[in-house]
Ligand binder design. Structure first.
Ligand code: SF4
Length: 173
C-alpha cells in the first residue's frame, strides 16, 4: 500500500511536470500551417501553456502536431517520425484534413491520420481557429494529469499482459 501510494504520487508529479513542458514536432503539410503560425504571436501566446518550443528532431519531441492533409505517400514518413519519438508521446490532429481527410476523398489522401498512428486529440475546423488549438492543448494537459492518454493506456495494457503472464506461469508451475 505504502509503495503504491508513493509511486502514484510520483506519477502525478511527473504528469504535472510533463503537461507544462510539451516539446512539439510540427508536421505541417498544407494550408492549416498558416493558422498554426498564429499561435506563436503575442495575441494567442502559446508560451502560457509551456508548449512554445518546436523541435525539429522527433527524438527531442513529445508532442506530434499533424497539421494539414496527409497523402498516402506521406503516411510512411509520418509513421517513421512517430516511431522515432521517445515515450511518453502524444499526438494532436490539427484540422479536418488531418482528422478525416476532409473534403479530399480520393485514392491519394489518408482518410484520417488515426489510420497510421494513434491520436490523442482531434481539432475540427478548416482551418481551426487558434482558440480551438489552445482548447485542445488544455484538453491534452487534462488527459496527461488524469493518466488517460494513449501512452497511459499502452502502459496499463503492458502491465496487464505481464501480470497475466506471471499468473499463468504460477498456475502452470
Ligand atoms: S483543413 Fe482546410 S485549411 Fe486545413 S489543410 Fe485541410 S483544406 Fe487546408
Amino acid at each position: 500500500m505504502g509503495l503504491e501510494f508513493t509511486t502514484g504520487k510520483l506519477a502525478d508529479a511527473l504528469a504535472w511536470a510533463r503537461k507544462y513542458s510539451l516539446f512539439q514536432y510540427p508536421f505541417v503539410t498544407a494550408c492549416c500551417g498558416m493558422e498554426f503560425m498564429a499561435l506563436w504571436g503575442p495575441r494567442y501566446d502559446i508560451a502560457r501553456f509551456g508548449a512554445e518550443f518546436p523541435r525539429f528532431s522527433p527524438r527531442q519531441s513529445d508532442l506530434l502536431m499533424v497539421v494539414g492533409t496527409i497523402t498516402e505517400r506521406q503516411a510512411p514518413v509520418l509513421k517513421r517520425i512517430y516511431d522515432q519519438m521517445c515515450e511518453p508521446k502524444w499526438v494532436i490532429s490539427f484540422g479536418v484534413c488531418a482528422s478525416s481527410g476532409g473534403f479530399y476523398q480520393n485514392y491519394a489522401t489518408v482518410p484520417g491520420i488515426d489510420h497510421v498512428i494513434p491520436v490523442d486529440i482531434y481539432i475540427p475546423g478548416c482551418p481551426p481557429r487558434p482558440e480551438q488549438v489552445l482548447d485542445a492543448l488544455i484538453m491534452l494537459q487534462d488527459k496527461i494529469s488524469a493518466h488517460d492518454t494513449n501512452y497511459d493506456r499502452r502502459i496499463r495494457e503492458d502491465k496487464r499482459i505481464k501480470a497475466e503472464g506471471r499468473q499463468s506461469r504460477s498456475v502452470a508451475g
